[in-house]
Write a protein that binds this ligand. Structure first.
Ligand SMILES: *Cc1c(COP(=O)(O)O)cnc(C)c1O
Length: 379
């Protein structure tokens, strides 16, 4: 099955008892047992819920993996992965990544004895940073917010040689545009809050993997800790996924036009979008992705917080807000907003400078978006 068919049907069959075409929303905390421990596969909704199960199976199929797990947020999903490590274990991660992930590593798991190193975007850097106690390589591709790409196949090869597992945060690309497990990764992370949900109306996270033993460990943590995706949020995610393929296509089409517009604009000093032929990652994107996505970052010429605020104020359609991946266009000032939890010096060394702006291109009419940007950029 192709991805456009999978987003409609994966993990879902008409309901056996009623024929309902859409998987029902099971708003129940518990399930009747025929006799002690004799039941239909569900006992208590923290452990398992039929609506969440459909979502988990659907996500697994979309990513080409065996097992899916749905959580209450992307951070909760990441927390579950790191909880399978032990004090003294070491993780090598990309320098540029979601600020909340950096905070989870440094402020939650480091105090519990995990070690973290941060490197650039080349497989050799991961190889050099790996030590005897390294358990995970952790990457985003494209990265948030600077849109670096990592050669997933190359890093997976390095990881495999050293018996290290490779985790890929696939939030930006979605399974429509990139399937890390098929490129050799061991586990895929999603903030389903973003493109998977797609309508800026829920917070959620997910994991997909093939290793049954690791899956059982994470599932144990999911149930023991309890940061599960609720039934209603699971149902909304399933609803969102139905249009994931057509949304991603439109996000990309609009982003291509806007990236080209920004690249030619006198007020813009840099544009970071892998779909631009001038982008250093263009070739790699063509090789490992099926689309370039809807995220663009750019720098305002001589920009700072005040200039960014003047620009944001003049926008009428594009909304200043955290988050990304919804049908509406959202703009963000990473240094203070999404990446404010990274210490200033570190942030600047990564390239998250005071002139940097991140745009999540929505699926509105692209002409309207370009007019909005054009007017806001004019003096
Ligand atoms: C938003 C985001 C997260 C965190 O997910 P939440 O759903 O906000 O908890 C993790 N990774 C990336 C790339 C994100 O954009």
């Amino acid at each position: 099955m192709k991805i456009k068919t999978k987003v409609i049907h994966a993990g879902q069959e008409p309901d056996k008892s009623t024929g309902a075409v859409i998987p029902p929303l099971y708003l129940t905390s518990t399930y009747r047992q025929e006799a002690v421990s004799v039941h239909k596969g569900f006992e208590y909704s923290r452990t398992g819920n039929p609506t969440r199960k459909v979502l988990e199976d659907c996500l697994a199929e979309l990513e080409g993996g065996k097992f899916g797990l749905a959580f209450s947020s992307g951070m909760a999903a990441e927390h579950a992965v790191l909880s399978t490590l032990r004090p003294g274990d070491h993780v090598v991660a990309c320098r540029d990544m979601y600020g909340g992930t950096y905070r989870l590593f440094e402020d939650v798991f480091k105090p519990f004895g995990l070690e973290f190193s941060y490197v650039g975007y080349e497989a050799e850097e991961f190889e050099q940073a790996a030590k005897d106690n390294t358990r995970l390589f952790w990457i985003e591709s494209p990265t948030n917010p600077l849109m670096h790409l990592v050669d997933i196949t190359a890093v997976a090869r390095t990881a495999g040689k050293k018996n290290i597992k490779l985790v890929v945060d696939n939030t930006f690309a979605t399974p429509c545009f990139q399937q890390p497990l098929n490129l050799g990764a061991d586990l895929v992370v999603h903030s389903t809050t973003k493109y998977i949900g797609g309508h800026s109306d829920l917070i959620g996270g997910a994991l997909v993997l093939n290793d049954g033993e690791w899956y059982e460990k994470i599932r144990f943590i999911q149930n023991a800790v309890g940061a599960i995706a609720g039934a209603f949020d699971s149902w909304l995610m399933l609803r969102g996924i139905k249009t994931l393929a057509i949304r991603m296509k439109q996000h990309e089409e609009n982003a291509m036009r806007i990236a080209a517009f920004l690249e030619d604009h006198a007020m813009i000093s840099s544009v970071y979008y892998p779909g631009l032929p001038s982008n250093p990652y263009y070739k790699l994107a063509r090789r490992q992705m099926d689309g370039f996505g809807g995220m663009i970052s750019f720098k305002l010429k001589d920009g700072d917080l005040a200039a960014a605020n003047r620009f944001f104020k003049k926008l009428h359609i594009i909304t200043l807000a955290e988050s990304l991946g919804g049908v509406e266009s959202l703009i963000n000032y990473p240094a203070v907003m999404t990446h404010g939890s990274i210490p200033e010096q570190q942030r600047i060394s990564i390239g998250i400078t005071k002139d940097l702006i991140r745009l999540s291109v929505g699926i509105e009419d692209v002409e309207d978006l370009i007019i909005d940007l054009s007017e806001a950029l004019s003096l």
